[in-house]
Design a protein around this ligand. Structure first.
Ligand SMILES: [Zn+2]
Length: 145
């Protein structure tokens, strides 16, 4: 079961619509999106809003690409651990925000914020898992004296 949104990348509106609705901003007919496609759509709309185009992986500048890397080879284990702790704190506060927006959406507020904070929560959790994997990998490949 998906949700209905404006599919027009050039339109900033990614709010929730109903089947058969026209986007109030650009008039495009609403399309049904699953979770994954909705995340992609919102990303593309944000890209277009910020850069006037969809920033796909191929046209990312090297320095932008670098910012996406969660750790570098010269980081110490402690630095990675510190990042994991920071991320966990993020998740904890995001979790609270998630609870708040779930309340709001039950009360008839924006389920849009609910989707956004859920997506962020999932992304943050992934970052922790990726960093923890790096620590595990380092531990396993460390040469024993
Ligand atoms: Zn629109």
């Amino acid at each position: 079961m998906g949700s209905w949104h404006c599919p027009n990348i050039e339109c900033a509106n990614h709010g929730l619509l109903k089947r058969g609705d026209k986007c109030p901003q650009c008039g495009t007919e609403a399309k049904e999106f699953g979770w994954r496609d909705l995340a992609k759509l919102i990303g593309e709309k944000r890209d277009f809003e910020k850069h006037g185009k969809v920033v796909t992986k191929e046209i990312l500048k090297p320095e932008e690409e670098e910012r996406r890397i969660l750790f570098t080879a010269d980081m110490t284990d402690e630095e990675i651990r510190a990042d994991i702790l920071r991320e966990l704190e993020n998740i904890a506060s995001e979790d609270k925000a998630f609870g708040r927006s779930r309340m709001l959406s039950i009360l008839g507020g924006g389920s849009d914020t609910l989707v956004a904070s859920m997506l962020k929560l999932v992304a943050d959790q992934n970052k922790v898992i990726i960093r923890q994997n790096e620590l595990l990998y380092r531990a396993l490949t460390k040469k024993t004296p």
